[in-house]
Design a binder for this molecule. Structure first.
Ligand code: NAD
Ligand code: WQD
Length: 345
């Protein structure tokens, strides 16, 4: 029988791509999402992509009663937990909201899981836990140096999970530290959909290429990098989604807790991203160089070998494929759907 998975935040950017990958891998997946930062129309498009109805609970991950009744109804074998708030600047302004959803939500979920006897979870962590690392490419052994409340919630989430495993060896936990997710599904049916001004580089470049913003501001060109602009390890969201399938199947099979970076091991600068996006979209991407953004890290690149050793995970999609799929999504009809929902990241 197919294993049953609860996917929190499954209507969001990474969650929706992971939903498709999990269903394609044969799992029976239920999405829980409160649509705080997602379009309801994503669900119909996931049905179109997978050819079957999407089991959906519209609920808050902090709602223990609803969670408990979902576990009673479905007897989930595992949880893949994406539901969280993720805007760094907002977390500085509203730290309590971030602690509440990201830490409080995790604790509520873990309590319900424990009561239901479900002790397998994949957790979305982030390269942001490294702050400004001493070493790049950065290994998983680098110390925690979160620089903002959002990053602190990911550090706390990891610590809570590690202490849970230490207290009860029946738990099997996969902690995945994503570097910079980018791109969209090949079908152009799902992708990243920031409604307001995007915070992240790739969606901002996409809006400039589409003519929705006049120009990109490049935040600093005086870093100690080859062209002076910030360097990141961009990972195709479909590769990232596959990483979750591998983590989950390893947990359900071997029941061994793991912590891995998910990145490509390669860095690209802001100006390299601009050039790649221009190639993929055949549009101009005007930019001007402005001051450094407060709290920015010069270089984030993953040491990516551990994920390969433990999970057999290797990225297969290039930066050009990230840009091409992003452009197909942005230029297509679906990225503008459902403008009435209140998502904002
Ligand atoms: P997203 O905002 O697109 O997805 C999060 C989903 O969770 C959304 O659908 C949102 O509606 C839902 N959600 C938020 N609060 C909720 C709540 N209280 N109850 C139920 N659902 C709730 O973000 P994403 O980029 O897909 O990120 C997914 C996860 O990956 C998050 O945990 C994020 O912190 C982590 N992450 C993201 C990045 C990135 O750059 N996108 C990098 C590293 C880690
Ligand atoms: C990438 C590069 C910017 C926008 C953030 C969060 C992190 C993680 C991913 C979740 C940097 C430059 C950007 C722009 C620019 N999220 N840039 N002009 O900073 O690596 O990480 O998102 O866990 O927690 O901090 O990603 O896409 O914002 O920036 O020049 O308009 O692009 O300075 O060098 P970042 P990003």
């Amino acid at each position: 029988m197919a294993e049953k998975i609860l996917l929190t935040g499954g209507a969001g950017y990474i969650g929706s791509h992971t939903y498709v990958a999990l269903v394609e891998a044969g799992y029976e997946v239920t999405i829980l999402d409160n649509f705080q930062n997602a379009n309801r129309s994503v669900i119909a498009r996931l049905e179109q992509l997978t050819g079957k109805p999407v089991p959906l609970a519209e609920a808050d991950v902090r709602d223990a009663t609803t969670l408990a009744s979902l576990f009673a109804d479905h007897q989930f074998d595992a949880v893949v937990h994406f539901a969280a708030l993720k805007a760094v600047a907002e977390s500085v302004e509203r730290p309590l909201d971030y602690f509440d959803v990201n830490i409080g939500g995790l604790i509520t979920l873990l309590r319900v899981m424990e009561a239901a006897g479900c002790r397998t979870i994949v957790f979305s962590s982030s390269a942001t836990v490294y702050g400004v690392p001493d070493e790049t490419p950065t290994p998983e052994t680098a110390e925690f140096r979160a620089m903002n409340p959002y990053g602190q919630t990911k550090v706390s989430g990891e610590q809570i999970l590690n202490q849970l495993v230490a207290a009860d060896a029946r738990w099997a936990v996969g902690i995945l530290r994503y570097f910079n997710p980018a791109g969209a599904h090949d079908s152009a049916l799902i992708g990243e959909d920031p409604r307001d001004t995007p915070n992240n580089l790739m969606p901002f470049i996409a809006k400039v290429a589409a003519g929705e913003h006049p120009e990109l501001q490049v935040f600093g060109d005086d870093y100690d990098t080859p062209d002076g602009t910030g360097v990141r390890d961009y990972i195709h969201v479909e590769d990232l989604a596959r990483g979750h399938v591998l983590s989950l199947s390893s947990l359900l099979g071997k029941r061994q807790t793991h912590l891995v970076n998910l990145g490509t091991g390669e860095g690209h600068s802001v100006l390299q991203m601009v050039a790649a996006y221009k190639r993929a979209s055949n549009r101009d991407v005007p930019y001007s160089v402005t001051a450094r953004r407060a709290g920015d890290v010069p270089v984030y690149v993953a040491q990516a070998e551990k994920a390969e050793e433990i999970l057999g995970f290797r990225t297969v999609r290039s930066l050009d494929e990230m840009c091409a799929s992003s452009w197909k999504w942005i230029a297509g009809p679906h990225s503008k759907e459902d403008p009435g929902s209140e998502g904002d990241a």
